[in-house]
Design a protein around this ligand. Structure first.
Ligand SMILES: Nc1ncnc2c1ncn2[C@@H]1O[C@H](COP(=O)(O)OP(=O)(O)O)[C@@H](O)[C@H]1O
Ligand SMILES: [Mg+2]
Length: 367
């Protein structure tokens, strides 16, 4: 009987600033996944990017990673004819490290940005969530905005700079920001998440500081006009025919939705459903699906908006691997839309397998 269950490998932790968030998301998935349908194996990735077999998210949250000699470091064998994990110390993994699908419960760089997805593609492995293109477009705020623009989706005014532009022509950049964006403005590293490195600048001095902070984290920086509005989020689920959940509202505990406001205990509150007019809800759901399609996401995404008191809608961003704890917005929105947490996991696994099959049906050469 055991053998008929699908073997799922949960991948969590990782090198990004959202390591801890990932552990919490993974703990919720580990707890809720239906054991009558799945055999679950776990791989924790430490902050150095090393992968360890069989560590549990709950233990990692409490105690951190065990010393390397008390666990088994593993690597994915890049063999498209026989993808499997292998322990570097010779330990024989259950089922020889073979599995049916990987469930990356990772956020941010090296998890959500297409790099991991590329590794899994190279090994010919089914996985949950978006592929390389969708993940990387969803991570790079500058390129994401470019494809949203192509689809005429409304967004805040923005400018993009390279770190080298800021070093060689700082004055010109500052003048351009002041002329085209004005204050207050948001300064963001293009490729992070969880508000890491993001500042709101109210004048030139703060702008300089904000740019300094952002360039610590990325070589590409996005500067945006401030939108004074409610923050509304919509969950999307599916592959080629995605569906959207009801919208929820985030009420940040700070001036904006900072890392602390997102994850500290004083926390920010979620309003589900968001108190909005029916016509706005319909439009938000349509736009969430358009945004999902624009970046070619698959499986899941959370699409975040600003909605002003005059009901003007601005698309802020798409997150292709959103926070996934039981109390996170993404699962909460589906729960309120009729899909309980463990059923959502089932859906995501099926969608991952479906996407894999769909790709297997494409020839990659004329042979
Ligand atoms: N243009 C903007 N106007 C107003 N608030 C913004 C703007 N951009 C970002 N914010 C605030 O900063 C938070 C984080 O920015 P976001 O672009 O969502 O980055 P992240 O990918 O790190 O979540 C948002 O949730 C919001 O509170
Ligand atoms: Mg955000």
């Amino acid at each position: 009987m055991e053998d008929h269950k699908l073997k799922v490998v949960l991948l969590f932790g990782g090198r990004s600033g959202e390591h801890e968030v990932s552990l919490n998301s993974a703990q919720s998935v580990f707890k809720a996944i239906d054991r009558t349908r799945y055999n679950v194996e776990t791989i924790g990735i430490n902050k150095q990017g090393q992968w360890f077999w069989g560590v549990l998210p709950e233990t990692l949250i409490k105690e951190g990673f065990p010393p390397a000699d008390q666990t088994h470091q593993v690597t994915l064998v890049i063999d498209p004819t026989n993808p499997h994990f292998m322990a570097t110390d010779g330990y024989v993994l259950p089922n020889n490290g073979r599995f049916d699908i990987v469930f990356p419960v990772l956020h941010g760089p090296y998890g959500e940005d297409g790099t991991l997805q590329g590794l899994l593609e190279m090994a010919n492995v089914p996985y949950v969530g978006s592929g390389v293109l969708g993940s990387s477009l969803g991570m790079d705020k500058d390129r994401m905005k470019a494809v949203f623009l192509e689809k005429a989706l409304p967004q805040a005014r923005y400018l993009t700079f390279l770190r080298s532009d800021l070093t060689s022509g700082r004055e010109t950049c500052l003048n351009e920001i002041e002329a085209k964006i004005g204050y207050p403005c948001f300064v963001k590293p293009a490729n992070l998440g969880s508000s890491v490195g993001i500042s709101k600048a109210h004048h030139r001095e703060e702008l300089l500081e904000a740019l300094n902070v952002a360039t610590i984290f990325d070589r590409k920086i996005v500067v945006e006009e401030n939108i004074n509005a409610k923050e509304i989020e919509v969950a999307v689920l599916g592959n080629d025919t995605p569906k959207a959940s009801i919208p929820g509202e985030v009420k940040p505990a700070h001036e904006f939705y900072t890392y602390e406001a997102k994850y500290s205990n004083i926390g920010s509150s979620l309003l589900i459903p968001a108190p909005l007019d029916e016509s706005i809800i319909v439009r938000l759901k349509e736009m969430a699906i358009e945004a999902f399609r624009a970046v070619e996401a698959s499986g899941l995404s959370r699409v975040d908006f600003f909605v002003t008191t005059e009901n003007e809608i601005f698309l802020n961003e798409i997150n292709t691997l959103p926070g996934f704890t039981e109390i996170s917005m993404y699962p909460k929105l589906w729960e309120a839309s009729g899909i309980p947490y463990s059923e959502l996991i089932d859906n995501l696994i099926s969608l991952g397998l479906e996407r894999f099959q769909d790709r297997q049906n494409c020839k990659i050469s004329r042979d």
